[in-house]
Ligand binder design. Structure first.
Ligand SMILES: [Zn+2]
Ligand SMILES: [Zn+2]
Ligand SMILES: [Zn+2]
Length: 314
Protein backbone atom coordinates (compact mmCIF):
# COMPACT_ATOMS: atom_id res chain seq x y z
CA UNK A 1 0.00 0.00 0.00
CA UNK A 2 1.48 3.36 -0.94
CA UNK A 3 1.76 6.21 1.54
CA UNK A 4 -1.13 8.06 -0.05
CA UNK A 5 -3.47 5.10 0.30
CA UNK A 6 -2.34 4.52 3.86
CA UNK A 7 -3.02 8.12 4.81
CA UNK A 8 -6.37 8.10 3.06
CA UNK A 9 -7.37 4.93 4.85
CA UNK A 10 -6.36 6.41 8.18
CA UNK A 11 -8.14 9.63 7.31
CA UNK A 12 -11.46 7.96 6.64
CA UNK A 13 -11.24 5.23 9.24
CA UNK A 14 -12.37 7.58 11.95
CA UNK A 15 -9.08 7.17 13.77
CA UNK A 16 -8.27 8.88 17.00
CA UNK A 17 -10.00 12.22 16.83
CA UNK A 18 -9.26 15.46 18.46
CA UNK A 19 -6.26 16.91 20.16
CA UNK A 20 -3.77 15.68 22.70
CA UNK A 21 -1.58 14.25 19.99
CA UNK A 22 0.74 17.14 19.48
CA UNK A 23 2.88 17.96 22.45
CA UNK A 24 3.61 21.46 23.61
CA UNK A 25 0.65 23.08 21.92
CA UNK A 26 0.04 26.25 23.86
CA UNK A 27 -3.66 26.21 22.99
CA UNK A 28 -5.82 29.29 22.95
CA UNK A 29 -3.80 31.87 24.80
CA UNK A 30 -5.58 34.52 26.80
CA UNK A 31 -5.48 38.00 25.38
CA UNK A 32 -3.52 39.18 28.40
CA UNK A 33 -0.87 36.51 27.97
CA UNK A 34 -0.59 37.24 24.26
CA UNK A 35 -0.30 40.98 24.83
CA UNK A 36 2.47 40.35 27.34
CA UNK A 37 4.22 37.98 24.99
CA UNK A 38 4.28 40.32 22.02
CA UNK A 39 5.22 43.49 23.81
CA UNK A 40 8.78 44.28 22.83
CA UNK A 41 10.20 41.63 20.55
CA UNK A 42 13.81 42.24 21.48
CA UNK A 43 13.92 39.35 23.90
CA UNK A 44 12.74 35.75 23.81
CA UNK A 45 9.52 35.14 25.68
CA UNK A 46 9.40 32.40 28.28
CA UNK A 47 6.58 29.88 28.12
CA UNK A 48 4.91 30.92 31.33
CA UNK A 49 2.13 28.36 30.95
CA UNK A 50 4.46 25.33 31.13
CA UNK A 51 7.53 26.37 33.10
CA UNK A 52 8.87 22.82 33.19
CA UNK A 53 9.24 22.72 29.39
CA UNK A 54 12.41 24.00 27.72
CA UNK A 55 11.97 27.39 26.09
CA UNK A 56 10.56 27.07 22.61
CA UNK A 57 12.71 28.33 19.81
CA UNK A 58 9.81 29.27 17.55
CA UNK A 59 6.22 30.16 18.40
CA UNK A 60 3.66 30.44 15.62
CA UNK A 61 0.28 32.11 16.16
CA UNK A 62 -2.49 31.63 13.63
CA UNK A 63 -3.92 35.10 12.99
CA UNK A 64 -6.40 33.73 10.45
CA UNK A 65 -7.24 30.25 9.15
CA UNK A 66 -10.09 30.71 6.67
CA UNK A 67 -10.25 30.54 2.91
CA UNK A 68 -10.67 33.65 0.74
CA UNK A 69 -14.28 34.45 1.73
CA UNK A 70 -13.64 34.27 5.45
CA UNK A 71 -16.09 32.36 7.65
CA UNK A 72 -18.94 33.01 8.21
CA UNK A 73 -19.46 33.76 4.52
CA UNK A 74 -21.59 36.81 3.73
CA UNK A 75 -25.20 35.74 3.14
CA UNK A 76 -24.65 32.05 3.94
CA UNK A 77 -26.88 30.13 6.35
CA UNK A 78 -25.02 26.80 6.34
CA UNK A 79 -24.33 24.96 9.59
CA UNK A 80 -20.69 26.07 9.74
CA UNK A 81 -21.50 29.73 9.06
CA UNK A 82 -24.13 29.57 11.83
CA UNK A 83 -21.89 27.55 14.19
CA UNK A 84 -21.46 28.83 17.74
CA UNK A 85 -18.05 27.12 18.04
CA UNK A 86 -15.54 30.02 18.08
CA UNK A 87 -13.11 27.82 16.16
CA UNK A 88 -15.49 28.02 13.18
CA UNK A 89 -15.01 31.80 12.92
CA UNK A 90 -12.15 32.06 10.46
CA UNK A 91 -10.58 35.27 9.23
CA UNK A 92 -8.31 35.31 6.20
CA UNK A 93 -5.08 33.28 6.34
CA UNK A 94 -1.99 34.64 8.04
CA UNK A 95 0.43 33.69 10.81
CA UNK A 96 2.99 35.46 12.92
CA UNK A 97 6.16 33.71 14.11
CA UNK A 98 8.19 34.75 17.12
CA UNK A 99 11.80 33.58 16.84
CA UNK A 100 13.26 32.77 20.25
CA UNK A 101 16.76 32.52 18.78
CA UNK A 102 17.00 36.18 17.78
CA UNK A 103 13.94 37.82 19.35
CA UNK A 104 12.53 38.80 15.95
CA UNK A 105 8.91 38.64 14.79
CA UNK A 106 7.95 37.56 11.27
CA UNK A 107 4.52 38.15 9.76
CA UNK A 108 3.53 35.81 6.92
CA UNK A 109 1.04 37.50 4.59
CA UNK A 110 -1.08 40.56 5.31
CA UNK A 111 -4.61 39.18 5.43
CA UNK A 112 -7.69 41.30 4.88
CA UNK A 113 -8.27 41.50 8.65
CA UNK A 114 -4.66 42.31 9.64
CA UNK A 115 -5.70 45.22 11.85
CA UNK A 116 -8.32 43.25 13.79
CA UNK A 117 -6.03 40.21 13.95
CA UNK A 118 -3.25 42.33 15.46
CA UNK A 119 -5.63 43.83 18.00
CA UNK A 120 -7.10 40.43 18.91
CA UNK A 121 -3.71 38.82 19.54
CA UNK A 122 -1.84 41.80 20.97
CA UNK A 123 0.56 41.96 18.02
CA UNK A 124 2.38 45.30 18.31
CA UNK A 125 5.68 44.76 16.58
CA UNK A 126 6.78 43.18 13.29
CA UNK A 127 10.38 42.91 12.08
CA UNK A 128 9.83 41.36 8.63
CA UNK A 129 6.97 40.40 6.34
CA UNK A 130 7.08 37.28 4.17
CA UNK A 131 4.53 36.94 1.39
CA UNK A 132 3.36 33.60 0.05
CA UNK A 133 1.62 35.14 -2.98
CA UNK A 134 -0.41 38.19 -3.97
CA UNK A 135 -4.00 36.93 -3.94
CA UNK A 136 -6.38 39.44 -2.39
CA UNK A 137 -7.09 37.43 0.77
CA UNK A 138 -3.36 37.36 1.56
CA UNK A 139 -2.66 41.02 0.73
CA UNK A 140 -5.87 42.82 1.73
CA UNK A 141 -4.28 44.15 4.94
CA UNK A 142 -1.07 45.38 3.28
CA UNK A 143 -1.82 49.03 4.05
CA UNK A 144 -2.16 48.22 7.78
CA UNK A 145 1.63 47.68 7.86
CA UNK A 146 1.96 51.45 8.08
CA UNK A 147 1.23 51.38 11.80
CA UNK A 148 4.31 49.23 12.45
CA UNK A 149 6.44 51.77 10.53
CA UNK A 150 4.99 54.59 12.55
CA UNK A 151 5.66 52.87 15.88
CA UNK A 152 9.06 51.43 14.97
CA UNK A 153 10.31 54.43 12.96
CA UNK A 154 12.00 52.33 10.33
CA UNK A 155 11.38 50.57 7.04
CA UNK A 156 9.94 47.06 7.10
CA UNK A 157 11.51 44.47 4.80
CA UNK A 158 9.07 42.45 2.69
CA UNK A 159 10.13 39.17 1.08
CA UNK A 160 8.39 37.55 -1.92
CA UNK A 161 9.17 35.51 -4.98
CA UNK A 162 9.74 37.52 -8.20
CA UNK A 163 6.19 37.06 -9.51
CA UNK A 164 4.57 38.11 -6.24
CA UNK A 165 7.02 41.01 -5.91
CA UNK A 166 6.05 42.30 -9.37
CA UNK A 167 2.36 42.27 -8.43
CA UNK A 168 3.00 43.98 -5.08
CA UNK A 169 5.10 46.66 -6.79
CA UNK A 170 2.27 47.37 -9.20
CA UNK A 171 -0.65 47.16 -6.77
CA UNK A 172 1.01 48.90 -3.80
CA UNK A 173 3.52 51.20 -5.56
CA UNK A 174 2.96 53.95 -2.98
CA UNK A 175 4.34 51.74 -0.17
CA UNK A 176 7.76 51.45 -1.82
CA UNK A 177 8.47 55.17 -2.24
CA UNK A 178 10.49 57.11 0.28
CA UNK A 179 8.33 60.24 0.42
CA UNK A 180 7.00 61.25 3.85
CA UNK A 181 8.36 58.22 5.68
CA UNK A 182 7.19 57.10 9.11
CA UNK A 183 4.30 59.56 9.42
CA UNK A 184 1.71 56.80 9.60
CA UNK A 185 -0.03 57.80 6.38
CA UNK A 186 1.38 54.96 4.33
CA UNK A 187 3.57 51.89 4.78
CA UNK A 188 7.33 52.35 4.25
CA UNK A 189 8.61 49.08 2.89
CA UNK A 190 11.60 47.58 1.15
CA UNK A 191 10.95 44.70 -1.22
CA UNK A 192 13.30 41.72 -1.49
CA UNK A 193 12.90 39.02 -4.13
CA UNK A 194 13.73 35.54 -2.87
CA UNK A 195 13.71 32.07 -4.33
CA UNK A 196 16.73 30.63 -2.53
CA UNK A 197 17.46 30.29 1.21
CA UNK A 198 18.22 33.69 2.73
CA UNK A 199 19.34 35.19 6.02
CA UNK A 200 16.82 36.96 8.23
CA UNK A 201 18.45 38.47 11.33
CA UNK A 202 20.76 35.45 11.60
CA UNK A 203 17.99 32.91 10.94
CA UNK A 204 18.17 30.91 7.70
CA UNK A 205 14.79 31.02 5.97
CA UNK A 206 14.15 28.45 3.24
CA UNK A 207 11.56 29.37 0.59
CA UNK A 208 9.48 26.33 -0.38
CA UNK A 209 8.24 26.57 -4.00
CA UNK A 210 4.76 25.06 -4.43
CA UNK A 211 2.02 25.35 -7.06
CA UNK A 212 -1.32 27.02 -6.35
CA UNK A 213 -3.01 25.58 -9.43
CA UNK A 214 -0.57 26.83 -12.07
CA UNK A 215 0.68 29.77 -10.02
CA UNK A 216 4.16 29.31 -8.49
CA UNK A 217 4.02 30.54 -4.88
CA UNK A 218 6.14 30.14 -1.74
CA UNK A 219 5.91 28.46 1.62
CA UNK A 220 8.66 29.14 4.16
CA UNK A 221 10.73 26.97 6.48
CA UNK A 222 12.45 28.19 9.66
CA UNK A 223 14.45 25.42 11.35
CA UNK A 224 11.94 22.74 12.36
CA UNK A 225 8.88 24.81 11.42
CA UNK A 226 7.34 25.19 7.96
CA UNK A 227 4.31 27.14 6.78
CA UNK A 228 2.76 26.18 3.43
CA UNK A 229 -0.61 27.54 2.39
CA UNK A 230 -2.60 27.67 -0.86
CA UNK A 231 -0.71 24.67 -2.27
CA UNK A 232 -2.24 22.21 -4.70
CA UNK A 233 0.98 20.51 -5.81
CA UNK A 234 4.29 20.18 -3.98
CA UNK A 235 7.15 19.17 -6.31
CA UNK A 236 9.55 16.43 -5.21
CA UNK A 237 12.37 18.96 -4.80
CA UNK A 238 10.19 20.93 -2.37
CA UNK A 239 9.12 17.78 -0.51
CA UNK A 240 12.80 17.22 0.18
CA UNK A 241 12.90 20.65 1.84
CA UNK A 242 10.02 19.66 4.13
CA UNK A 243 11.49 16.53 5.71
CA UNK A 244 12.58 16.23 9.34
CA UNK A 245 10.14 18.90 10.51
CA UNK A 246 8.95 19.41 14.05
CA UNK A 247 5.81 21.25 12.94
CA UNK A 248 4.28 21.58 9.47
CA UNK A 249 1.38 23.93 8.71
CA UNK A 250 -0.39 22.97 5.50
CA UNK A 251 -3.55 24.10 3.72
CA UNK A 252 -6.65 21.89 3.38
CA UNK A 253 -9.74 23.45 1.84
CA UNK A 254 -12.55 20.89 2.03
CA UNK A 255 -13.40 17.21 1.43
CA UNK A 256 -13.86 17.46 -2.34
CA UNK A 257 -10.86 17.99 -4.62
CA UNK A 258 -10.29 21.56 -5.82
CA UNK A 259 -8.16 22.75 -8.76
CA UNK A 260 -5.96 25.12 -6.75
CA UNK A 261 -6.04 23.85 -3.14
CA UNK A 262 -5.28 20.57 -1.39
CA UNK A 263 -8.30 18.69 -0.10
CA UNK A 264 -8.38 17.18 3.39
CA UNK A 265 -7.34 13.76 2.07
CA UNK A 266 -4.61 15.18 -0.17
CA UNK A 267 -3.16 17.18 2.70
CA UNK A 268 -3.25 14.14 5.01
CA UNK A 269 -1.49 12.01 2.40
CA UNK A 270 1.28 14.57 1.98
CA UNK A 271 1.70 14.87 5.75
CA UNK A 272 1.88 11.09 5.99
CA UNK A 273 4.71 11.11 3.46
CA UNK A 274 6.63 14.00 5.07
CA UNK A 275 6.17 12.75 8.65
CA UNK A 276 6.52 15.95 10.70
CA UNK A 277 6.14 15.47 14.45
CA UNK A 278 2.90 17.45 14.30
CA UNK A 279 0.87 19.04 11.52
CA UNK A 280 -1.82 21.74 11.53
CA UNK A 281 -4.30 22.41 8.76
CA UNK A 282 -5.31 25.90 7.70
CA UNK A 283 -7.20 27.81 4.92
CA UNK A 284 -10.44 25.87 5.49
CA UNK A 285 -13.71 26.61 3.73
CA UNK A 286 -17.19 26.69 5.29
CA UNK A 287 -17.70 23.16 4.00
CA UNK A 288 -15.71 21.88 6.99
CA UNK A 289 -16.45 22.56 10.63
CA UNK A 290 -13.60 22.38 13.10
CA UNK A 291 -15.24 19.45 14.89
CA UNK A 292 -16.04 17.45 11.74
CA UNK A 293 -12.63 17.94 10.18
CA UNK A 294 -10.85 17.11 13.47
CA UNK A 295 -12.85 13.89 13.86
CA UNK A 296 -11.66 12.65 10.47
CA UNK A 297 -7.97 13.25 10.96
CA UNK A 298 -5.38 10.69 12.03
CA UNK A 299 -3.04 11.09 14.96
CA UNK A 300 -0.56 13.91 14.61
CA UNK A 301 -2.74 16.17 12.45
CA UNK A 302 -4.87 18.90 14.02
CA UNK A 303 -7.09 21.59 12.59
CA UNK A 304 -5.84 25.10 13.34
CA UNK A 305 -8.09 27.95 14.38
CA UNK A 306 -7.73 31.71 14.74
CA UNK A 307 -5.66 32.62 17.79
CA UNK A 308 -4.03 29.19 18.28
CA UNK A 309 -0.34 29.30 19.20
CA UNK A 310 1.94 26.31 18.60
CA UNK A 311 5.64 25.95 19.28
CA UNK A 312 8.39 24.22 17.35
CA UNK A 313 12.06 23.39 17.67
CA UNK A 314 14.11 26.07 16.02
ZN1 LIG B 1 -5.69 32.01 0.00
ZN1 LIG C 1 -21.59 28.79 4.93
ZN1 LIG D 1 -4.41 32.06 -3.14
Amino acid sequence: MCARDRARRRLYSGGDPGGGRARRVAGPVSRTTMARAWRGSSRPVANTESPQEPMAELALTFLGTGTSNGIPVIGCDCAVCRSTDPRDKRSRCSVVIRDGANGQTYLIDTATELRSQALATGLRHVDAVLMTHAHADHTGGFDDLRRFNEVQRRHLPVYANPGTAATLRERFAYTFTDAFTFYGGKPDLTLHEVDEPFDLFGREVVPIPVFHGRLPILGYRFGGLAYVTDAKAVPDSSRDLLRGLDVLVLNALREQPHPTHLSLAEAAALIDELRPRAAYLTHLSHELSHAAASARLPEGIAVAYDGLTVTAEG
